[in-house]
Design a protein around this ligand. Sequence first.
Ligand code: PLP
Length: 281
Amino acid sequence: GKVLYNQQFVERSKLIDIEDRGYQFGDGIYEVIGVYDGAFFLLDEHLQRLKRSAKEIQLSLPYELTELKEKLVELVSLNVLTDGVVYLQITRGEAERWHHFPHESVTPILIAYTKIEETLDEASKNGASAVLTEDIRWLRCDIKTLNLLPNVIAKQKAVENNAVEAILHRGDVITEASASNVFMVKDGKVFTHPANNYILNGITRQKVLELCDKLQITVQEEAFTIHDLLAADELFITATKLDIVPIIQVDNQPIGSEIPGETTKKIIQAFHSSLQALRIS
Ligand code: PLP
């Protein structure tokens, strides 16, 4: 398929220079945006987060969000993507390798491409397992940067243990997972880590909070511990295109009754209705 390279649609080839700062330093930001039945889900929210990430690393967006939005819609239609994601990244550009920011004449490099990705229907319906691992990331996890090595290592541990995710903890406190946010249900209340520097404020997370509000489910954005998590009635994770996946086992220990719980199922149903609304609009 075609790749959006700055403002042009080009063929996928050797586009990236060996001295691209994303390649050498992870000096850049990204977004993964879900596409369902050919339509973007929560595109504006993703672009707003992109803008915030750019600001936090002092990177100027190479062009306006409204123009970028049009280009992304065009990319999806050019590649005839029905179900999948758009991966978008912006690096600080190509420059001789020095740690400090390059001269202002060096412009950021934006790329975006489409990727076919199916939703995890089986896991979403029956639940899946997760493992626990120490959160060894830096202290600005709220920025969606390209530096994902700790996440990569955590996810590898999950895969080696036939689990869908690695749930991260900083000491005793559960933060999030390697590529998703974590929610726990206890006595009918939903708990999730507050959106501060220790987690990425997921777009799916924010949607779930909005749905809980509509469903009149009490939410407490409060940190909880490993002990709380293992004693939870229900547990689930959220992320783009993964949507909502119930977690029924952690480190081989059952969570609640080891089946997707009632509160989780209610939220999943409401989430599916939002996706359905997207198909109609
Ligand atoms: N937390 C981390 C570390 C992530 O990489 C992601 C992205 O997949 C999420 C949470 C979920 O964010 P979103 O719902 O915006 O995809």
